[in-house]
Write a protein that binds this ligand. Structure first.
Ligand SMILES: Cc1ncc(C[n+]2csc(CCOP(=O)(O)OP(=O)(O)O)c2C)c(N)n1
Ligand SMILES: [Mg+2]
Length: 1101
């Protein structure tokens, strides 16, 4: 709640924590207090500290009155009516204070035609009442009773709640019955235009300082402010029917019963229960009910650990037995490494019983990294809205649930908030729910944030914030209803801050008294929300004690039945926990067949012509002269049937769009392209917002193309695009980093979602990350995308040469976690982008992209390299004199990326074209073992070198070196003998073998499956929790029909003992920069020296 002010001394005094205003109005001795308040807390206009009569706020009040009077003269007090009729009022800017922000009273001329001029006291008193009303609206939340434990007090100047609201209170007891006209900015009167002062105060106190604290007056829309005022101020809004109350009670019973059941059955297991904030479950249900009623059909949720199982059980209605099975520690029946139970996602379609409408609910799987899932949920939501044609977010919505500490602590929350109103990223309003237990692990709010509330981040986007005491179920339900209606009305974000507590430690086996002793003394004495609410409903006669008991018992029975059912399960199934099923995508597909990626030449010409043409109405559309030259150059290339980088990319996009594949490219400045090479959006030079995007106009029936400059964020935007890519496999979703190195600010998305999402959550994604990369003398930044990190996370085994077959490449792709490539030609770029869609499954693609190469005269491809029959080349062999006469070649330089062009230039300069072959590795991971072996065999007598421009401890070297060794030795790792081919957790690579390469190939010709995984062998499998010995079932791990399993060594199983690398006598040496701490030098001269050294080293015989 409030920053830093945990006041136990106050909590010990029963009266002290009560705010003055509440006490004033509720106390039986209120009359005395009114006197007291008048005497002590009052600010009069004459006092030294007095507010000038018509300062900024009162002046705006006069203006407000004037506006109301203009609309309806009867809506203002007669005194105002008279005043405005007299034409004395001059609207702003003349209203600006005459002197020092002060308007003298004499400025109010009540003379003229008006006979009954109000006296100045009447005006003063009305102004004071208006100021008080406004003060409640602005500051009421500061002193509302939001904390069920009553230990937090607002961190206000002087810590005086009275002064907070009553700065303008100048009334005495005698004024309490006086009638005051209510302004148009309050709804407390209902149908009444005026109320006695006492009633005004009473109603304001109830609305703004009770169990709900509404923060909204910072919103700069009068319409929205009034909308909120109406929802909270209108008399009777907080009354619930007996049926509604019983529903709340039933839901709260389930939420509480679920945690109690888990605590009973799995007392020593971590589950991150919701105790202390159980109301979150009925709250989410209320949001969903109201939203469904208002037209929403699909809700996508993201949430952390706390209360996740409860949400799955009681909000999504995931079968309880599936949840309980997660506690049993069973093996998975399907592929993947899995995840802990409180991270898993789910997807459910069901009937909403309250609204009787069908609804889809998805909880997106998430990692431990708090808040990382936020942008992913937004991207997925946006995509679902897009595919449904739901342009205003009326059918699909997102709900994000947060912990209090994470919500204010994690920067990605801010980044995600800033996407909320961007045209290409908005999801048309997210409801944020904070399960605010006033603690983060062991840290109090006073040490975890500098802002008054944990929700202040939402103020930057003008989202209203509804703080509510989590022990008041009816107040919570009201807030949820308003939040859902707000979203449906304005399609903007809002926040519900459920202020509760955490009954246990951070997890159930954690001791909270170590660190929060006083808080937990209070918590131990505090009744839970269900009991409090049940007591209330019993006391008011809505339910009986027996009913309460019977509802609880009924739910416990349901849990017991599911528990018994769960016991009969033998396996968990990861696919039961999938958040984004792709129905129909995998069915009927040959899992080892890639569709052709080459296209008809006429298609290339058509796309090329469109891409190089101005808009059809070119005469009116004024294009920048420089761009006319770009278009003309493109046209010339199309006429010559060659493509540069931009054209190659456009060909890939255009041809996919033609085939009905939606393409979405997002990132900073992607529309033009950081390097000014792309120019997908042409801007009319004379008309604002008039643009033309030729890729959107290739074919009449093409799929939509979207290219969007993003906010300056990597974390949120990459997460967003990842989420977008999860929704529909038939779309090419690309995120481009401005420079590759900036992607490291999105590292959690890369590590936690992109590289491991399929393994943890059986969720595939074909997202493409475009990472400009290259050591071009631009300094330590703007150079390297840190490809070594991506490669280090690639899951192909360096010591394992998979069996060779026609399907080698596709099987490798199937089994890898992602693809890392660095293309040197536009044609290969074209093919690899198209291959993303041609694959029968989806894998993320980490694509290093060029900078200077974008305009390199040699980095062009003929159309024939993209037309039918052509395909992606994993490696590009030397096609010059060296390749033609391989046996004479003395050296083969393997490389990847743009350094190839430097190497060929150096070779030409030294006239070594016959002596040195240069082979480009275009797909670095999965490593093309088969093709490297082929090349090495081709150049039998040559020395082999890997040349790279990155430092030795960076770039691809550490990844390719061991794989080269495996490839050069023509072998996967082998065990000493078939008899000993057991698995153990001992790895022993690079030992010399007593078998030669021929006998290895002999072994390779045997059915490798049966040799490696003979079903009568006992396997030792290393799992996260230790080494398990048991039968290893080859068929299970290598279901070739479904190709579900690792083509590489199965995950979690270490290498065989006695692994040998056969001795062929060949090795790969390194040419390039030495190890370095930064990625590149800041000195251009040194850069050139280093590059020359590398070229001299590599290009020499
Ligand atoms: C990015 C990140 N940093 C640190 C952690 C470790 N951690 C797990 S829970 C937690 C406290 C979270 O507090 P809060 O957001 O208030 O949620 P609560 O557990 O109180 O529900 C921390 C620091 C994490 N999971 N993610
Ligand atoms: Mg917390």
């Amino acid at each position: 709640m409030h920053r830093a002010h945990t006041a136990f001394s106050l909590a010990l005094s029963p009266m002290a924590h009560k705010n003055f205003a509440t006490w004033l109005l509720n106390s039986s001795s209120s009359q005395k207090l009114i006197k007291a308040s008048a005497a002590s807390a009052v600010r009069t206009y004459n006092s030294a500290a007095a507010e000038p009569f018509a300062n900024g706020s009162t002046a705006s009040y006069v203006e407000e009155m004037y506006n109301a009077w203009l609309r309806d003269p009867s809506s203002v007090h007669t005194s105002w009516d008279a005043y405005f009729r007299s034409n004395s009022y001059v609207s702003p800017p003349n209203l600006a204070p005459v002197q020092a922000n002060t308007l003298p009273l004499t400025a109010f001329n009540f003379g003229g035609a008006v006979s009954a001029a109000p006296d100045s006291k009447t005006i003063d008193d009305h102004l004071a009442v208006q100021a008080i009303i406004r003060s409640y609206q602005i500051r009421g939340h500061n002193i509302a009773h939001l904390d069920p434990l009553e230990i937090n007090t607002p961190d206000l100047p002087g810590n005086s709640s009275t002064k907070t609201i009553y700065a303008n209170f100048s009334f005495g007891e005698q004024d309490m019955e006086r009638q005051f006209k209510l302004p148009s900015t309050t709804f407390i009167g209902g149908d009444e235009a005026s109320l006695p002062l006492k009633e005004i105060l009473n109603r304001l106190e109830n609305v703004y300082c009770n169990k709900i604290g509404v923060e909204f007056m910072f919103i700069n829309s009068l319409e929205q402010c009034n909308w909120i005022r109406k929802r909270f101020e209108t008399p009777g809004v907080l009354s619930f029917s007996p049926e509604e109350k019983r529903l709340i009670l039933a839901r709260l019973t389930r939420a509480t019963g679920f945690e109690a059941f888990l605590a009973k059955k799995y007392s020593s297991e971590k589950r991150f229960g919701l105790e202390g904030c159980e109301i979150m479950i009925p709250a989410l249900k209320e949001i969903i009910d109201v939203s469904t009623e208002l037209g929403v059909e699909s809700v996508i949720m993201g949430m952390p650990h706390r209360g996740r199982l409860n949400t799955l059980a009681n909000v999504c209605r995931k079968p309880l037995n599936q949840i309980f099975t997660q506690f049993a520690g069973l093996e998975a029946a399907d592929d993947g490494s899995g995840d802990v139970k409180y991270h898993l996602g789910t997807y459910i379609e069901r009937l909403n019983r309250v609204t009787n409408k069908n609804i889809r609910l998805a909880v997106v799987a998430n990692p431990s990294h708090l808040e990382a899932v936020d942008p992913v949920v937004q991207g997925k939501t946006r995509a679902e809205q897009f595919y449904r044609g739901d342009q205003e977010g009326k059918k699909v919505m997102s709900i994000l649930i947060h912990g209090d500490a994470a919500f204010c602590g994690q920067g990605v929350v801010y980044e995600t908030m800033h996407l909320s109103d961007l045209p290409d990223y908005t999801t048309h309003g997210t409801i944020h729910v904070v399960a605010n237990n006033q603690i983060g692990f062991t840290t109090d709010p006073r040490f975890s944030r500098s802002s008054p509330y944990c929700t202040d981040v939402a103020r930057v986007v003008n989202a209203p914030i509804f703080h509510v005491n989590a022990d008041d179920p009816e107040a919570v339900m009201h807030v949820c209803k308003v939040a859902a209606e707000w979203r449906a009305t304005f399609h903007k974000d809002c926040v519900i801050d459920l202020v509760g507590y955490r009954r246990n430690g951070h997890n159930e086996i954690d001791e909270p008294m170590f660190t929060q002793p006083l808080m937990y003394q209070k918590i131990r004495k505090h009744k839970n929300c269900l009991d409090l609410y049940a007591d209330k409903l019993i006391a008011e006669g809505t339910v009986t004690a027996e009913e309460v008991k019977s509802v609880a018992a009924k739910y416990e029975n349901i849990c017991e039945e599911a528990f018994a059912l769960a016991k009969t399960e033998t396996h968990v199934k990861y696919k039961d926990w999938l958040d984004s099923p792709w129905s129909g995508f995998f069915e009927g597909k040959d899992p080892l067949k890639v569709a052709p990626t080459g296209v008809k030449e006429e298609t290339l010409i058509h796309i090329g012509n469109r891409f190089s043409s101005p808009p059809p109405n070119a005469a009116e559309f004024v294009i920048h002269k420089g761009l006319l030259r770009v278009l003309a150059a493109r046209k010339a290339m199309v006429d010559e049937k060659v493509a540069d980088w931009a054209l190659g990319e456009a060909m890939a996009f255009g041809s996919l769009l033609k085939e009905g594949i939606h393409v979405r490219l997002s990132g900073q400045d992607v529309e033009r392209g950081t390097f000014s090479h792309r120019h997908h959006v042409l801007h009319h030079q004379l008309v604002d917002k008039a643009t033309y995007n030729s890729l959107q106009h290739m074919y009449p029936d093409q799929a939509p193309y979207s290219v969007s400059n993003s906010s300056l964020s990597e974390y949120a935007v990459l997460g967003f695009e990842h989420g977008y890519s999860m929704t529909n496999p038939n779309a090419l979703v690309l995120w481009e980093a401005q420079f590759g190195d900036f992607s490291n600010t999105a590292q959690a998305i890369i590590d936690q979602f992109i590289s491991s999402g399929q393994s943890k959550w059986v969720r595939q994604s074909g997202l493409v990350m475009l990472l400009p990369h290259g050591m071009e003398g631009m300094g330590p930044e703007h150079s390297s995308c840190r490809v070594e990190r991506f490669l280090q996370m690639s899951s192909d085994d360096p010591d394992y040469f998979p069996p060779e077959s026609d399907e080698f490449a596709i099987r490798q792709l199937h089994d890898i976690n992602w693809i890392v490539a660095n293309c040197t030609t536009p044609a290969n770029l074209f093919h690899i982008l198209r291959r993303q869609i041609a694959l029968p499954f989806r894998k993320p693609l980490i694509l290093l992209t060029p900078k200077s190469l974008l305009r390199h005269p040699e980095a062009k491809s003929p159309f024939s390299d993209m037309s039918e029959g052509s395909e992606f080349q994993r490696i590009i062999p030397d096609r010059g004199p060296a390749g033609d006469n391989a046996s004479n070649v003395k050296k083969v330089v393997f490389c990847t990326g743009r350094v190839y062009y430097d190497l060929t230039k150096a070779r030409a300069e030294k006239q070594l074209e016959k002596d040195i072959a240069i082979v480009r590795v275009e797909q670095v991971s999965p490593f093309p073992f088969d093709l490297i072996k082929e090349q090495a065999n081709l150049y039998k007598n040559a020395e082999l070198v890997w040349a790279q421009e990155e430092h030795k401890n960076q770039g691809c070297w550490t990844y390719v070196q061991p794989r080269f060794l495996t490839a050069l030795n023509h072998s996967r790792d082998i065990s000493q003998s078939d008899e000993q081919s057991t698995f153990s957790n001992t790895t022993n690579t690079n030992q010399e073998s007593d078998t030669d390469s021929d006998s290895n190939s002999d072994k390779n010709s045997k059915p490798w499956l049966s040799r490696m995984f003979a079903s009568d062998k006992t396997d030792t499998v290393t799992t996260g929790s230790g080494t398990v010995t048991g039968e290893f079932n080859a068929a299970k791990h290598f279901d070739l029909k479904n190709v579900r399993h690792d083509f590489n060594r199965p995950a979690g199983i270490a290498a065989a003992p006695g692994v040998r690398i056969a001795k062929t006598g060949r090795k790969i040496s390194y040419a390039g920069r030495a190890c370095g701490a930064s990625t590149a030098t800041g000195s251009k001269a040194q850069h050139i020296r280093e590059l020359n050294a590398l070229l001299n080293d590599a290009i020499s015989t």
